[in-house]
Design a binder for this molecule. Sequence first.
Ligand code: XMP
Length: 513
Amino acid sequence: QLLIIDFGSQVTKLIARRVRESGVYSEVHPYNRVDAKLLKSFNPKAIILSGGPSSVTGIGTPRADEAIWTLGVPVLGICYGQQTMCAQLGGSVEASNDQEFGRADLSIVKDSPLFAGLAKVGADERVWMSHGDRVSKMPEGFEIIAKSPNAPFAAIADESRDFYGLQFHPEVVHTRNGAMILRNFTHNIAGFKGDWTMSAFKDEMIVAIQKQVGEGKVICGLSGGVDSSVAAILIHEAIGDQLTCVYVDTGMMRKGESEQVTSLFRDHYDINLIHVDAGEEFLGLLEGVSDPEQKRKIIGGTFIDIFEREAKSIGGAKFLAQGTLYPDVIESVSFDGGPSVTIKSHHNVGGLPERMDLELVEPLRELFKDEVRALGRELGLHADFVERHPFPGPGLAIRCPGEITAERLNILRDADAIYLDQIRKHGLYNDIWQAFAVILPVKTVGVMGDGRTYDYVLALRAVTSTDGMTADYYPYTHEFLGETATRIINEVRGVNRVVYDVTSKPPGTIEWE
Ligand code: XMP
């Protein structure tokens, strides 16, 4: 397996993704958790050092554990990774006036196994740069294999030790042959066969869960989304009845959600399931609250209270299972020296482990959404469930900007169901990452028949994405939008205007709160 040491780049996850796409299993670990002990237990066959926001020239900035240089395995440093590699091995790095952001043309100056199948010596490769600092002197044993106008050491190599350094980012799609460069590193240089599969991952995870949990009891919160469902089914396969799932109906679920979830788990999989009807409790606590972060915190806290109650009812559990994915980890955690800023307080059952002294079981922590779906298929989860759009933990609360009322929730639920029905009828569901309606806290004037109306505005959102980190709005036809708006206004009392949100992420987020 391959170890990716993370120095905090926003695109580190893409390295893991590209590597796994070529059939090599990899894990990402923050630089400050990689020490001799982890290296011994992980036993990497190769290492990639990610980019990062710090400057190698600054005092106390991140470094790779010195032990990696003497393991005898190939190392590839990317951007900050290249710079720290050079600084640590006796070269030097300088802050440069010629910063490079975006596209650059890379000239290959020497044949290298890293560039097999790419442009020949003398020809250019289109790559993507994002750096202020740059290497100014290579460590002993290294030579230049490619340069760019502002980076004389754009690619360097010490072939005797299989150490490589790139100033550009091969993991982003804008580097045209980036995937091939990474593949050359893993397959040609590090000798991976590329035979890692989701089925192998499943088997490994089952053994790992059994080992972690032993005879202990595990509780798992189910939201009805793909992630928690797949986590629960996988854990159930590993430990059977030691697992109890808790499904909390917050009163802010979509239409029919509770029935679908309980029937899948009870009837299909025969998994222990507690169904908690907590709508009144949640709505009572949210009364008068319109600040988005406050809503999220109240919902998160109430989840914890309910969970704690239910866990006691099963005679105590030692472990808490969560369907945390890799993008959740990177978006909500910032580690020492790391840049990841909290955009929203993502809700899972955070806070609970400390309060109840529970150990986390998070078998999907290393995976991306599409990989979780593949795992779901591997576990025999029905296609309707596997392909479901993501649904956030706080539910419709964050699709109801302003104060949440039962009246507005009911309107939203009905309108959302019609919207999704339209998408399914037109065969668009699987082309879209996520689609939902948002009810605005304003009323506008309309005319229906001969009368004046004064009702709510409903916004429709639909985006394409591969991991929820970036997204673009879905380009419906005008006919589809018109037909859907008409259906919603005709069939749902309380809405007299429908608008379509055409914002991408960034600058917008997918959800409105
Ligand atoms: P944003 O709105 O941050 O959403 O662009 C990205 C993806 O995350 C989902 N989301 C959440 N999922 N708990 C969740 O489980 C949350 O608190 C939460 N907030 C947003 C959102 O639906 C989208 O798929």
